[in-house]
Design a protein around this ligand. Structure first.
Ligand code: COA
Length: 254
């Protein structure tokens, strides 16, 4: 079965991470499938709302590290960047149901969702510095804006996880429910939205986002250039090598 499942029902497209044995980590093939699904949802009149979901034990472990090493995103047309641009510019409502760990892009993609529901086992983290990298998905713009600078610095510089209650407190999460209920709860909310007039949903989202979109896309491009460069540098090589060898990274000489 595919690592990304896409399903349309009652006006709701559900995109499911389906790679449990690798903790729903995301390969470039999966990014391409998700970018295509979101592009289809943007124009398909049968789709009014999109929901991302994972499993009750894990949302996503972020980028597949081995795949990232083999096929680093070298241009702005790389599947990961295409996926990020597609969700950032998506005009219809975008929802996420998150249970368990949401690492790296598993967390940063949520800043592009309109509604986020979390299991009480959700653990969000953006460990880019720990991997010798820098933020992506315009998170260097959107996290400080939502969390306030100091809490953003804690999340992005220390890269430590924060949990469902804290995520709700800062406004990243709308509601916390038991992990076994999170996908069903998000579906129910999505169906409520899908029963509303699409033109009003789109216009309301456009008005709320305002002139922000250009700044978001510009920040993504800027981060993407730094991220691509840093992937080739010694700190990232050490961090990724350590992950593959199942040891702690040693940055003491860098
Ligand atoms: N890329 C590739 N493989 C990954 C992965 C990733 N991001 N995350 C987990 N896996 C793989 C592991 O290598 C392991 O594979 P194996 O069974 O062949 O050895 C399998 O998934 C299970 O992972 P494991 O670490 O044993 O699961 P866990 O439940 O103890 O921990 C996580 C889950 C998500 C906390 C942990 O896997 C993790 O921290 N992963 C890395 C996250 C990360 O740094 N992402 C990059 C962000 S840019």
């Amino acid at each position: 079965m595919s690592d990304i499942l896409t399903h349309i029902d009652a006006g709701v497209m559900t995109i499911t991470f389906n790679r449990l044995d690798k903790k729903n980590s995301i390969t470039s093939t999966m990014y391409a499938a998700m970018a295509d699904a979101v592009a289809q949802a943007a124009t398909d009149t049968a789709v009014k709302v999109v929901v991302f979901q994972g499993h009750e034990s894990i949302f996503s472990a972020g980028n597949d590290i081995g795949d990232f090493l083999n096929k680093p995103p070298s241009t702005q047309d790389s599947p990961v960047f295409r996926f990020l641009r597609n969700i950032a510019s998506f005009e219809k409502p975008l929802l996420a149901a998150v249970a368990g760990p949401a690492v790296g892009i598993g967390t940063t993609m949520l800043f592009h969702c309109d509604l986020v529901y979390a299991g009480d086992n959700a653990a969000f983290s953006m460990p880019f510095v720990n991997l010798g990298l820098c933020p992506e998905a315009a998170s260097s713009l959107l996290v400080p804006r939502m969390f306030g600078y100091h809490r953003a610095a804690e999340a992005l510089l220390l890269g430590e996880p924060f949990f469902a209650e804290a995520a709700q407190e800062v406004g990243l999460v709308n509601r916390v429910v038991p992990p076994t209920e999170v996908n069903g709860y998000a579906q129910a909310q999505a169906r409520k939205l899908a029963a509303k007039p699409l033109s009003s949903l789109i216009e309301t989202k456009r008005l709320m986002k305002g002139s922000d979109q250009q700044a978001v896309l510009q920040k993504m491009a800027e981060e993407g250039a730094s991220f691509g460069r840093m992937l080739q540098e010694p700190a990232a090589k050490e961090a990724f090598g350590a992950f593959m060898d199942k040891r702690k990274p040693d940055f003491s000489k860098l």
